[in-house]
Write a protein that binds this ligand. Structure first.
Ligand code: PLP
Length: 426
């Protein structure tokens, strides 16, 4: 079939007619009384079921080294689990800590430690600086930004491209301003754009001169293993790159099994130079005598090997890749050629990033809400929830059932068509 003509290029009468039809479709949608939710970037029950056997583990309670995992101790986490995930994350085991269930908690701990005490390469605690600023690639992960806000850390945004953040701009900002102490980065299958940081971009980030001697890259590799295709992206080895460039303590790596086993009962990891790991543990030790090693042992027995983790991820892919394909199919069918929206086709991760006509994202989200379809609030992928172009919408298709993904995306497309027509008529 022929692609429809771009809406903005059509004569006024045609756009008027398009608007009338879009309004009718929307009215029909509203009377359908849907209740759907595309906001939740979490695994579907079928994905959680893949790890059901975890609930019957561990067998016994003794670690490889004869440690009784039920007791206190072992702050850095069970060695066999650290070895398994070090292999997967491209680190050495002594560069990795296995902790509790949430890497977000580790991110908060690291930031709080930096504010109160400074890092291994800091001149003073960040809290004694007049101002601390973070570079935030956008669109990005809302909780990264609210965490900075909570600590009074300022933000400066750079654009997220397909190969990672606008690295020229990052390098320019970091070189010029000593208050710029760090940056967020989701290097592989970013939330929400699906971007993958290339080797070149990673090298530049690892080696760029920074005005602050203790500049930190918060390398949040939450989706390192979450491939949606068999062409599996490999994350750059940021710790080795930074070390080779003479900035060994620049990266702090985060990951977790939240979207591998159980989002609420998995294992989180922190990585970096051996000194960074020691620094983290010294602070952690003020509040913990040891992590949940029973859970660590459970995970070791469940996966067996690093390859066991990769095999497990392929089963996730079988469940969620069709949902992502459906998002793309519906958007293409309903919006293709109109030039009123563009969207990502991620090769991994948990999100699709949809850009609608400037100034219409909040309208689309409001329309969807009135039709019973929950979308992530407008602007949430930006610091301060402020999307300067009011165009970005984050879609999370993993949790709903396949039929719900279809219905929700049909609804989203109907709202995008209406909001675009309203704008072009106005
Ligand atoms: N980092 C990113 C980029 C995420 O998207 C999420 C969850 O959506 C998290 C971290 C949370 O990770 P965790 O469950 O390990 O706290």
């Amino acid at each position: 079939t022929d692609q429809p003509r771009p809406l903005a290029e059509r004569p006024a009468e045609e756009v008027d007619a398009f608007l009338a039809t879009a309004q009718e479709s929307y009215d029909a949608l509203r009377s359908a009384g849907l209740t759907l939710d595309l906001t939740r970037g979490k695994p579907a029950p079928a994905q959680l079921d893949l790890s059901a056997r975890l609930l019957d583990l561990p067998e016994g309670h003794t670690s490889r080294d004869g440690v009784d995992t039920r007791n206190y101790g072992g702050l850095e986490g069970l060695p066999e689990l650290r070895e398994m995930f070090a292999e997967l994350l491209g680190l050495e085991p002594d560069q990795l800590v296995a902790g509790g269930n949430a890497s977000l908690v580790m991110m908060r701990e690291v930031l709080v430690n930096l504010v109160l005490h400074g890092g291994v390469d800091s001149e003073r605690p960040w809290g004694q600086e007049e101002k601390v600023t973070f570079i935030c690639p956008v669109p990005g992960y809302d909780r990264h930004f609210t965490l900075l806000d909570w600590l009074g850390i300022e933000t400066v945004t750079v654009e997220m491209h397909e190969d990672g953040p606008d690295v020229e701009e990052v390098a320019r900002l970091a070189a010029a301003d000593p208050s710029i102490k760090g940056m967020w980065l989701v290097p592989t299958y970013a939330n929400p754009t699906g971007s993958v940081v290339t080797q070149e971009v990673a090298e530049r980030l690892a080696s760029m001169p920074t005005a602050a001697p203790d500049f930190k890259i918060f390398w949040d590799n939450a989706y390192a293993l979450h491939h949606l295709t068999t062409a599996e992206a490999k994350s750059a080895d940021i710790v080795s790159l930074a070390s080779a460039a003479g900035h060994p303590h620049r990266p702090v790596v985060f990951a977790s099994t939240s979207k591998i086993t159980f989002a609420g009962a998995g294992v989180a990891f922190l990585g970096g130079s051996v000194e960074t790991v020691r620094w983290y543990l010294a602070h952690l030790g003020k509040g913990s005598i040891g992590p949940d090693k029973v859970n660590h042992l459970r995970h070791v027995q469940f996966f067996g090997t690093a390859q066991g983790v990769r095999n497990h991820m392929a089963r996730h892919r079988e469940i969620i890749a069709p949902k992502f394909a459906e998002v793309d199919r519906v958007l293409e069918e309903r919006l293709g050629g109109l030039e009123v929206a563009s969207w990502t086709r991620p090769a991994g991760g948990y999100f699709v990033s949809l850009d609608v006509l400037d100034g219409t994202a909040s309208r689309v989200i409001a329309l969807a809400k009135q039709a019973g379809v929950a979308l992530t609030p407008a602007g949430s992928a930006f610091p301060g929830s402020h999307d300067p172009r009011d165009r970005n919408i984050r879609l999370a298709p993993t949790f709903p059932q396949p039929a719900e993904v279809t219905a929700a995306m049909e609804a989203v497309a109907t709202c995008v068509r209406l909001a675009a027509a309203e704008k072009l008529v106005a």
